[in-house]
Each structure stands twice: as C-alpha cells, then as structure tokens.
Design a protein. Structure first.
Length: 192
C-alpha cells in the first residue's frame, strides 16, 4: 500500500463495529512509536500518550459517563449515558492524547497543538498496516473539562486533545466509504 492509498483510504471505525477482542500490545507500541516521529518545531516533541485498557479503560469510560451526566443536566439521555459502559466492552485500548505547551516565547501554542495533531495522524495512518484493527479520534467538550484534566493528572501546561479509541473490527463490518469535495475548491495559487 502506498502512502497515498493509506491517506485516501483511512476511515474512522467506531466501537459499534468492534468485536470486543483485544489488540496485541505490540500493535499499540508500533502506533505510538510512529506517532513519536511527527514533525515538531524546535524538537519539543510535545505529544503525551496515556494508554487505557482493561480496568483502566472501564475507569476512563466511567469518568466520561459521570462528566456526561454532570454537563448535560438539561439534555441528559439514559441511552447515551449507558453507551459509555458499552464502549468499555467494545474498545480494546483507548489512547488519551495530551500536549505539553512550551513556555518558549517564540513558540506559539498552536504549533505544539499542530505537532500533537500530526502525531495523531501518524497513529491513524499506521492503522493501514493492521486491516483488522479500527480506530477513531474522539473529542468533544467533556475531554476539555477541568474535571477530566484532573482525572488524567495533567499538569497546568498540558492540554487534553481527545482519545483514540481502538478495537478489533468485526469480520462482517463494512468499511465506510470516504468522500471529499475536490481539493481544487480549497486551493488558491498565488503566482505574482
């Protein structure tokens, strides 16, 4: 598979499509090693990863369920609340992605966030080597709350950027088809 094939065929695969089987930890190590090769300004390597599995994953999902209930009093749904427990049974590993924000005056915060985002893309593209493993980058308001930051034990200069949920894909699960508007709609050539 070429890098172009990997980029254009990459798709988010969600927990409902996971079998509940466990992914070998060596696959996780490969994903994280490739993440570590993301480009970054001043070689700060600002990405940080916390890998949750087994009981740790259940605690993570329980915390997210608690935060969902706390932050959605007016729009609370029992079904959505229960989905967090279901995810703990479907997902094999969840990688929480955090970023260290540099205190270097000439290094804007956005550059550290961009570098960590590149690390996430490296993880997602590496999944092309493992066609039976699916994953997606999960974000949302709950991962940015002070309570979640405290749960993770992040320091003042660290931000949570979400989680990459990973699971073994059910054999009969169809791969979603991708679509994009033509790249030309988003490109402006400046020649003079």
């Amino acid at each position: 598979m070429t890098i172009t094939d990997a980029i254009r065929s990459r798709r988010s695969i969600y927990p409902a499509q996971y079998s509940g089987e466990h992914i070998n930890d060596e696959v996780i190590h490969t994903l994280l090693e490739n993440a570590n090769w993301a480009p970054n300004h001043y070689h700060t390597e600002p990405w940080r990863f916390m890998v949750f599995k087994d009981d740790g994953l259940k605690k993570l999902m329980s915390k997210l369920a608690e935060l969902y209930k706390m932050y959605n009093v007016d729009t609370f749904s029992d079904a959505k609340y229960a989905r967090y427990a279901d995810r703990a049974e479907q997902i094999s590993h969840s990688i929480v992605v955090a970023v260290d924000i540099s205190d270097k005056p000439n290094l804007p915060e956005i550059e550290e966030i961009a570098a960590a985002s590149c690390a996430v893309q490296n993880i997602l593209l590496t999944l092309a080597e493992y066609p039976k493993v699916g994953g997606y980058w999960s974000t949302g308001k709950l991962v940015y709350t002070p309570e979640f930051k405290e749960f993770l034990g992040l320091e003042e200069n660290q931000l949570c950027m979400g989680m990459i949920h990973l699971g073994m894909i059910k054999p009969d699960s169809p791969k979603p088809q991708g679509k994009r508007r033509p790249a030309g709609e988003k490109i402006q050539w400046v020649v003079s």
